[in-house]
Structure formats: C-alpha cells, structure tokens
Design a binder for this molecule. Structure first.
Ligand code: ADP
Ligand code: MG
Length: 696
C-alpha cells in the first residue's frame, strides 16, 4: 500500500526531526567554515570584479559549488544592497523557500527580514529585505507593475540551464530592461550544460566558471529494462543498504505518488528484516510541507543510513551533502501540451542524457560514488534525447502570451526568445485567449484580458474570480480557487481506507467537485478552523490553512483590482456552478453512457476519475466541464462539474454553436477532422435526478 497523507507515525517522526534541528544548531564558526570550503568562495574576488566591470555575467559551476547560497551574500557584502534589493530567481518553489531559509541561517538573521522569499501566495519579505529569493514566475508578475524592475539592484537568474518557461521569458524581458537601466546587474547561473547559449544571447557577456572538486562516479546500467521502476529502485536500495559501505542514498523518482510508494515499500521491507541497520527514509517533492522538506538536510542519526527519495528537484536545485549512491529511475514527470487532447498533461517521460549525467554527479561531491541506472545502456543511447527540450517548446503558452500582451509585447514574434516557441503553439494559445475574451479579434488585450493578467494564475482560473464579481458569487469563487491552489485536502489513509473513504463521501456534492471543495472549506470555517475537526474528518488541516491564507491574499488582490467593497455570497449553488462554467467551458465533455464521456472539442473518450464526486453515479449528468486530464492507460478527468449546455453556448460562443445541433463552431486546424454532432441536452432531466448535498 501507499502512504498517503500524514499518518500519526509520520507526525511523530516530524516532531523528532524538528527537535533535532533545534538541538543541532551550528555555531557561527562552523557555518563560516562550511561557507569558506565552498568552491564559490575561492572565486569571490574574481566574481565580484567581473560583475563590477560588466552588466551581465554568466556563472557556471557544478551543483553544490555555492552559486545559489553564496552569490547573493557576496553581492550584499560588496554594497549592492544599498541601492536596491538583490533578487535570485528559482524555477521551483521548494528551492526558493529552502535556500532562503539556509541563507538566513548563514547570515544569522530571521527569515523574512534581511533575507526573505516570495513564491505564489506566500510572501516572506519585509521592508528590511535585502536578499530576496523568488520564483521566476513572481518576478514576471512583478514586472507587470514595475516594468523596469526598479526596486532591484541585481538580479540573479538561477538554474537557467533548466530552461523553465518563465526563466526563458524573464531573460527575454531583461534584455530590454538592461538597455534602459544601465545600473542594473544581471547574473545568469547555470549548471555546466548549455552556458554558451546564455553568453551569446546577451551579446557575448563574460563566462565565469567555478571550478569545483568532484570525485569519480562509477555508473552501472541494468541489462534489461525493468517492468516497474519503483520495484527495481527499491531492490537496489536494499541491496546497497545490506551490502555496501556507509554513505547515503539518493533515489530519483517521478513524483509524489511514486515517492510515497517507494518510501512505504522500503519501510515495510526494512521492518521485516531481522538484523538490518536502521534506514532513515526521507521523501522530498514540491508539495511536501516545508518542515518535512527540511528533514532531508539533517545528517542521519549515527549508525543509520539515510535514503532520500526525490523528484528531479534534487538534480540541481537542492544539494544534500553525504550522498554516495544515486539510483536513477531514468524518468521524470513533465508538463507537455498534448495537441491531440488540446490540454496540458503531466506525462512521465525518459529524462535526457544531460539529466542523467547531472543525477550521477550527485554521488561524487564528497567522495567517490556510485550511480545505479534503472535502465539499459542501450536505452540511454537510443531512447534519451541529448538535452531536455525547453519548456517553451512543449507547453501551452496561453498564460505566457497573456503576460506578454499585458507587458505591451504586441508582436509576439518580435520578442527576443532564447529559443522561439513553435508558431502553431503560439497561434493556438492566442486563439484560446481570444475564445476566452482576453484578446480582441485583432489580438489586442481586452479589458477582461488586462484583469485576468493581474492574477498570478492561469487565465482560466482568473476568469473564475472575474466571473465571481460579475455574477455576485465572489465569496464562493474565491474559496474554490483557493482550494484548487493547494495540495489535496483529503487524507487517504492506507491503514484506515474504509474510514477515510466514508469521511470523504460525507463531503461530496454529487454534481460537482468544485462544490465539494467549497463544501469542505465552508464546513472547516463553520467548525472554527479546528485542526482537531479536520483530522477527525480525514482532512489535511495544513492544506486547509494554506487555502485560507491564499484566499485572504486573493481577497486583497480582488479588492485592489476591482475596487469592490463587499465580497458577495451566491443566492444558490446553481449560480456557483454557472460561474464555474465560465472558466472551464473550453474543457467540456458530453456523456456517451457506460460511465464514459467524449470531449466536445477534441472528441477524445474520457472517464471520470475515481476520486471525483461524480464517479459511479447512477445517472451521470449529460454535460460536464473538467479541470485536468490525467493520462494513464486511459484518460481521466479530475475536478469535474455538471453544467447546462446553455451555459456552454453562452460562455463558449466562440467555440460552440447550436441550431438544431450542438457543434464546435470554429474550424481551426486541430478540429477539422472531428466535427461531432451533439443533440441539445434536456438539462432538466438531470436536475430532477440530482442528489444534492448528499449526507452532509
Ligand atoms: P549551487 O547553487 O552551486 O548548486 P548551493 O549554493 O545550493 O550550490 O549549495 C552550497 C552548499 O550549501 C551545499 O554544500 C549544500 O549542501 C549547502 N546547503 C544548501 N542548502 C542547504 C540547506 N537548506 N541546509 C543545509 N545545507 C544546505
Ligand atoms: Mg543552485
């Protein structure tokens, strides 16, 4: 079984871990000694003098050499904080938080004061902040209000080699900003791969290499491809643990599910062994609460071995000392735009050869190491790309295009991209924005588009909030959007599967997962935001509290964007569903019977995900909208809401028409093949049958 959520046992482990952090406080001298031993430290003067003489500097170096934690401090000590904040961007939220925490310890200051971080819906900075770690998405959002980024004296674009979408866009924007702000310093950092690209992009800026000491890593491949990468990795961990010399293990997995499965199988197996030494099993992935994430950095208790099971966050953004063995599952979960389905989907794909080399390198930081690759040498050569494809060339660009439009980049093709996106992807994103009403038929930003761009989320989610204002149900929409921005609130306990399922069922609203989320949130409020109540009902109180905080931020944002005074409450839940439709009409499906649906625009056959409130209902609503598609052996829709076809026609007038029939209206290239003919639904049938607020 899988460990889902935080069991009592895990809670106990957390408390001990937190205690240990307190016990083992490093002295100032120890911390200084650690800093001085980093390769970056030896380069300090060279780095600073190069920055003094150049506006843009590219810094490359092995992971763990001190780029992320030290460069900001060097700059601060050299006086750059006097005329502005020193920013350092990260593609990942976890990295921004964790590194800020580390640097605040190194500087001996309270996190959120001199050193802070800003990630979506979480701003730990103050007037005092001179070093600010942030996601690249936040910097992009800030540039909407502050196009020249005047508050910053230096900007470090970190992890540029990852080629995350927002990193690429920010680099393009900065190129314009630098011309107008000659006082601004830009440092682009990259792992050893691809650094020349950045130098030539900025007109041949100097490249500094931080030479680090690395040790040889011996790599082993499998002879045949494994059926199950989780099982193969577990086996490898146990074999190292039982047979090999001391040293910690780092396992690369694709995501939370894999990681939880690996951890729980490992725990079971080790427990069942008679005289195995203790093994400390530590997961890390982006949705893991911050205090649990911090555990991976603690040294293992003497006599025990530590195994960290991580997503590719541990590839370059986080460095854990003491790793001697790396187990590389060879896969990563990435966001890919699926043109057949017309949506972004998360897909598990083979990593690139460059990634594989990075992963192996993690074993050779402090001594000779070993990398066990859970794939064959042949697969590495033939099934892996040499480099990862930049995100800009594989995801939906609607959000990015909207931001660029809001930044007055009218001619997208004039924008200076590091690597330009495919033109078909640009035009389909612009088309989606037009269908949403964010762009007019000349491609200019509309008033609605401007409003949507102000919210730090994709334009469809932002549409829910704007509709909330228009339909007088802002209260509910803010709660729904907030609940959708936090990790899953339902605890699914393997040991108490039945109980947790029953607890969940009590919250289900039969026609809508969005209303179900609203229901959970409202009840939690009604019960005084009680942690006890939440746990008793198998709900993650941490997620609920995060949703609550997110909501408060959104209320502020809505107030400043719309000048509203009161947050209106809906008269009926049907009005709320009506409003939900306005942000999802582009992802609509019609039932085909037998628990299956067919996408109206893409014609793809899909099922309702088993976690949905609509799953297994005797009479399924004829039309639904969905939030996301999960691809496994089948297509599953998650977070589903029943809608009336009239609403789809109203909101999606650009996409659908109805005379006698309900058909997609626009012949864009993707839809030419499939023109399904749907009869208009009698939504009243469904309404009569609905089971509403079941059991609550
Ligand atoms: P780079 O950015 O070049 O990969 P970093 O600046 O992230 O390197 O890391 C430098 C050192 O700081 C590493 O040896 C790492 O172990 C240590 N370090 C970074 N974050 C933490 C943390 N949260 N706790 C303990 N040590 C950390
Ligand atoms: Mg780094």
């Amino acid at each position: 079984g899988k460990i889902m959520g935080q069991s009592k046992r895990e809670a106990a482990v957390t408390t001990t871990a937190v205690k240990r952090v307190k016990e083992r406080k490093l002295s100032r001298e120890e911390i200084l000694a650690q800093r001085q031993s980093l390769p970056a430290f030896a380069m300090r003067e060279k780095i600073l003098s190069t920055i003094r003489e150049n506006q843009v500097v590219i810094v490359i170096g092995e992971t763990g050499s001190g780029k992320t934690t030290q460069l900001t401090q060097f700059l601060a000590a050299d006086g750059y904080a006097r005329h502005g904040v020193i920013a350092c961007t990260q593609p990942r939220r976890v990295a921004a938080m964790s590194v800020a925490a580390r640097v605040s310890v190194e500087m001996g200051v309270k996190l959120g004061e001199e050193v802070g971080y800003s990630i979506r819906f979480e701003n730990e900075t103050s007037e005092k902040t001179i070093i600010k770690y942030m996601t690249d998405g936040i910097l992009l959002q800030e540039s909407l209000n502050d196009p020249l980024l005047d508050r910053y004296s230096c900007i470090i674009i970190d992890e540029a080699h990852e080629r995350a979408l927002n990193t690429d866009i920010i680099l393009g924007l900065l190129k314009r900003v630098l011309a107008r702000r000659t006082d601004l310093k830009l440092i682009v950092t990259s792992a050893t791969i691809n650094a020349n690209r950045f130098s030539s992009f900025f007109g041949g800026s100097p490249l500094l290499k931080i030479e680090g000491r690395t040790f040889p890593v011996t790599s082993n491949h499998l002879l045949t491809m494994p059926d199950d990468h989780v099982a193969a990795s577990v086996k490898q961990v146990l074999s190292i643990h039982l047979q090999q010399a001391a040293g910690d293990i780092l396992v690369f997995m694709t995501g939370q599910e894999d990681i939880e499965a690996t951890c729980s199988i490992l725990a079971e197996k080790v427990q069942a062994m008679e005289n195995a030494k203790p093994l400390e099993i530590l997961p890390i992935y982006s949705q893991l609460p911050a205090d649990l994430q911090a555990r991976v950095f603690l040294p293992a208790t003497p006599g025990a071995r530590k195994v960290i099971v991580a997503t590719n966050i541990a590839e370059t953004s986080l460095t854990v000392d003491g790793i001697r063995y790396v187990i590389d599952g060879g896969l990563a979960k990435i966001k890919v735009y699926n043109s057949r389905l017309g949506v972004d989907t998360f897909q598990v794909v083979p990593i690139s050869q460059a990634n594989a080399a990075q992963r192996a390198g993690r074993a050779g930081r402090t001594s000779e190491g070993f990398c066990y690759r859970m794939y064959t040498a042949d697969a590495e050569k033939n099934a892996m790309f040499p480099q990862t494809i930049p995100e800009i060339q594989r995801t939906n660009l609607a959000n990015t295009m909207l931001t660029l439009k809001a930044l007055n980049v009218d001619e997208i093709y004039d924008f200076d991209f590091l690597d330009p996106p495919e033109s078909s992807s640009v035009s389909s994103s612009l088309y989606e924005l037009w269908a949403l009403g964010a762009l007019d038929s000349e491609g200019k930003l509309t008033e609605l588009g401007l409003k949507l761009s102000r919210f730090p989320m994709d334009p469809y989610m932002a549409r829910l909030i704007v509709s909330g204002v228009e339909c007088n149900c802002l209260d509910e929409m803010l709660s729904i959007v907030s609940m959708m921005s936090v990790p899953n609130v339902f605890i699914r306990s393997a040991e108490r599967a039945k109980e947790s399922d029953t607890a969940r069922e009590r919250f289900l609203v039969a026609e809508s997962d969005h209303l179900t989320l609203l229901n959970v949130y409202s009840q939690w409020l009604a019960f005084g935001k009680s942690d006890h109540w939440a746990t008793e009902h198998f709900l993650h109180s941490k997620s609920l509290r995060r949703a609550h905080e997110t909501r408060q931020q959104l209320v502020k944002l809505a107030r400043s964007s719309f000048g509203i005074k009161n947050v209106e409450k809906a008269k009926s839940l049907d009005d709320v569903r009506r409003c939900v439709c306005s942000g999802y009409f582009h992802q609509a499906a019609r039932t085909k019977g037998l628990q299956t649906y067919q996408g109206i625009r893409n014609n793809v056959v899909m099922k309702i995900h088993p976690t949905s409130a609509l799953y297994g209902l005797g009479s399924l609503p004829e039309y639904i909208v969905y939030h996301e598609l999960i691809l496994t052996s089948q297509q599953y829709m998650t977070v589903v809401t029943a809608v009336d076809p009239e609403w789809l026609l109203e909101d999606g007038k650009a996409l659908y028409t109805a005379d006698e029939h309900f058909v997609p209206a626009i012949e864009d290239s993707q839809q030419k093949k499939a023109q399904p003919v749907f009869k208009k639904s009698k939504s009243s049938n469904f309404r009569a049958k609905k089971k509403f607020m079941k059991g609550v």
